[in-house]
Design a protein around this ligand. Structure first.
Ligand code: ATP
Length: 248
């Protein structure tokens, strides 16, 4: 099991610009094949942690100022998104950002960029896997992404990330703004992606959904880890039930 790659975030500090401290000494591990949930209020630093892993912090004027991010044997802190994608780590950004003017197919093809030259067969196979997971996208290959429903756009955003054949998928609030039925469908898809061998680090406001999927969970509070543990255990703690599961 030692040679199977895990994500290790160790005592990471992140700062935006000169003054904004967004994360302080945050550590977490995503073992090979696991689902780990990251919970916390708005502004707690969840998105920042995903950016620190995917190499996209710099695009937001942020930087890791202490600590270490590794995926298997690859050091990811201080690297760019292409390095992360090559290592097998791909982020689905919040807000289902798809290229509205491009077709479903063009959006998917953009997901393999940065991997170097891949053969037509490899791209075709990746696309077939995405279509098997999201039959709705297969029916709409030539439609402009901007004309899809919110749920379909989220599926496309996930599908585009899967085109890079990630071993670790970073998901930022996939259920945000979706109807309950679609949230349920997204949860099923995450389960299926994980069953096919991809580890998932899942940021969610929907704590119920996240804890039902996750093996392990962490609660961030203003840039620091407040609670960590097996998801089933966290779901039973008073703080999580009151603050994140809406119980009194
Ligand atoms: P949300 O659910 O609202 O995205 P979050 O837990 O993901 O919340 P982050 O977006 O990571 O939180 O934000 C953590 C802190 O960093 C907040 O104080 C936020 O204002 C700040 N922050 C985030 N992005 C930037 C940026 N580009 N420049 C400056 N500060 C930022």
């Amino acid at each position: 099991p030692d040679e199977l790659p895990a994500l290790r975030v160790e005592n990471v500090d992140v700062t935006y610009g000169r003054a904004v401290s967004a994360l302080r000494s945050v550590s977490l591990t995503v073992p090979h094949g696991a689902v780990v949930a990251l919970l916390g209020a708005n502004g707690a630093g969840k998105t920042t942690l995903l950016r620190a892993v995917s190499g996209t912090l710099r695009l937001h004027r942020g930087a890791i100022t202490a600590g270490r991010v590794r995926y298997g044997g690859t050091v990811l802190d201080g690297r760019d998104p292409v390095a992360a994608v090559r290592a097998g780590v791909v982020q689905v950004p919040e807000g289902r950002r798809v290229f509205a003017g491009l077709s479903v197919d063009e959006n998917l093809r953009s997901g393999g960029l940065g991997l170097g030259r891949r053969g037509r067969v490899q791209v075709q196979e990746a696309r077939d896997r995405v279509f098997a997971l999201f039959p709705r996208l297969a029916e709409r290959t030539h439609q402009a992404a901007g004309l899809l429903s919110g749920g379909e756009q989220q599926m496309l955003a996930i599908g585009r990330a899967l085109m890079a054949a990630p071993r670790l998928l970073l998901l930022d609030e996939p259920s945000l703004g979706l109807a309950p039925q679609m949230v349920h469908r997204i949860a099923e898809v995450i389960r299926e992606i994980n069953a096919q061998g991809t580890a998932v680090l899942l940021v969610e406001q929907n704590a119920g959904m996240a804890l039902s999927l996750a093996d392990h969970a962490h609660v961030l509070e203003v840039g620091e880890t407040r609670l960590s543990g097996p998801a089933a255990e966290l779901a039973r703690t008073d703080a999580v039930r009151r603050l994140y599961l809406g119980e009194s």
